[in-house]
Design a protein around this ligand. Structure first.
Ligand SMILES: *Cc1c(COP(=O)(O)O)cnc(C)c1O
Length: 453
């Protein structure tokens, strides 16, 4: 019998509801706090930044939330996304493990980020918002939101971390194709940007700085709101279409994962795949393992502290309880991939803290080696972010080989790497180095953060 590679669902099986894990957590999530007063945030505090529908989702404890038809209509242009069995990678590794991956690189922007971008653009459109601001690091989020804003006729301004802006001209071009305007951050367009530039005219920027700029821009323009591509609860919610599809596709394959793996930057692609499976562990008695893979250069879960911290550098955002390296974290610029945010989704952080999610940190040379091994077996060139998940999946498959076990491994391939080929070139040229973020810096970076309950 011919072996099967792809598990596909028909278009009418795009999930019609998002899954909200807040309904199933053993402990209630810690509330976000006002940066000035330290008191729990009310909806009115967030209203200058987000549309009301999004604010409601941020704090909702409803288990299922219906996906509006106009959002489904865009989802159907690229979803359901395929699930693959990695037969050729298994052979290359000589492992008895069965490796499956869910592939989100089929979206127009090339990553999972479109899943939340479309939802957020739609809710802004519904409330009559004319303009949105956001930040982007590697450029995937900016691209996804540019596409989504185009779907709903909204103007978009993107603050792009300067080092990426300079290293990735094609990313900027792609955002321009979708109609967005892009400036390098720190920029002269905001107080936050000007303050940083006065201190350091050559600042290469960071996600924390770019967020400060985008938030300030939205807060000071009446017709403008802000959109974030990861970390927040509503973003995790929107991504759960990934895991719901994967559950149905694993059924088609007649298997259930022993371990569910994903890379984590702010946590959204991993939450998207993992949370529907986590529900089956929390309520259904499954004992699935969950592994979050992060870079050794930004080890938020493995070396960070679970505490209240700001989401941005300029301390404009609310304080959220999460794993954090400190909001003044400056990522080393020798690192090629994304995943360089100081914080982490509060939901992922809590599940990690409570022992439901294990975390591993990978140095980048091993990550690129895994990416190349994967591409040579499976054909798809992965995004460097996604390659952290591949590293973990390969390690898991090699462990299964050692133990002689037929383990079922599922990981999320969050995006393709066609616009990251410069990083592959650096890797082949021997220009990338391993770097481990020193734990001592974490306490320093957290000094001065108000320590609340
Ligand atoms: C942005 C991005 C990530 C990291 O963000 P998460 O919110 O952790 O998912 C991972 N993979 C790809 C392809 C991305 O674009």
């Amino acid at each position: 019998m011919a072996r099967q590679y792809k598990y596909l669902l028909p278009e009418d099986q795009v999930p019609t509801r998002w899954y909200n894990i807040a309904a199933d957590l053993k402990n209630p999530p810690a509330p976000a706090l006002h940066p000035g007063t330290g008191q729990p945030l009310g909806p009115a505090d967030l209203a200058p930044l987000f549309p009301m529908a999004v604010i409601e989702q941020e704090v909702s404890t409803e288990r299922w939330i219906d996906i509006p038809e106009p959002v489904l209509d865009v989802y159907r242009t690229y979803r359901p996304a395929p699930l693959f069995r990695a037969h050729r990678l298994e052979e290359a590794l000589g492992t008895p493990a069965h490796i499956y991956y869910k592939y989100e690189g089929v979206s127009p922007a090339g990553s999972h980020k479109v899943n939340t971008a479309v939802a957020q653009a739609y809710y802004n459109h519904l409330e009559g918002v004319r303009r949105i601001t956001t930040e982007t690091g590697a450029g995937q989020w900016g691209t996804a939101l540019a596409y989504a804003c185009q779907m709903f006729g909204i103007e978009l301004k993107i603050y792009m971390v300067r080092v990426s802006f300079e290293q990735k001209p094609y990313r900027k071009a792609m955002m321009n194709v979708y109609g967005a305007s892009v400036v390098p951050s720190p920029s002269q367009d905001t107080n936050a940007g000007r303050t940083i530039l006065e201190r350091d005219p050559n600042s290469s920027g960071s996600l924390g700085i770019a967020i400060s700029e985008a938030v300030e821009d939205a807060a000071t323009h009446e017709d403008t709101k802000y959109s974030l591509g990861s970390v927040l609860n509503h973003v995790m919610l929107h991504q759960t279409v990934i895991g719901q599809e994967a559950i149905a596709q694993m059924q088609l394959a007649g298997e259930y994962p022993d371990v569910v793996i994903g890379c984590v930057g702010g946590g959204s692609n991993y939450a998207g795949l993992a949370f529907p499976f986590m529900q089956e562990r929390l309520n259904g008695g499954r004992n699935t393992r969950f592994v979050a893979a992060e870079p050794a250069s930004c080890p938020t879960l493995t070396k960070g502290v679970y505490t209240y911290d700001f989401g941005d550098t300029a301390e404009l955002t609310p304080l959220v309880k999460m794993s954090t390296l400190g909001h003044s974290f400056m990522p080393p610029s020798i690192h090629a991939g994304g995943l360089r945010y100081h914080g982490m989704s509060p939901l992922i952080s809590q599940l990690h803290e409570e022992g439901y999610i294990d975390a591993v940190a990978h140095p980048q040379l091993g990550v690129f080696a895994a990416a190349v091994q994967f591409a040579r077996a499976e054909g798809i060139v992965p995004a460097p972010e996604s390659a952290h998940a591949i590293r973990s999946a390969i390690d898991e498959a090699l462990e299964a080989k050692e133990a002689g076990e037929e383990r079922v491994i599922l990981f999320n391939l969050s995006g393709h790497g066609f616009l990251d080929l410069g990083a592959y070139e650096q890797y082949f040229n021997g220009e990338l180095e391993d770097y481990e973020y020193p734990a001592e810096l974490v306490q320093q970076a957290l000094a001065g953060v108000p320590q609340l309950a």
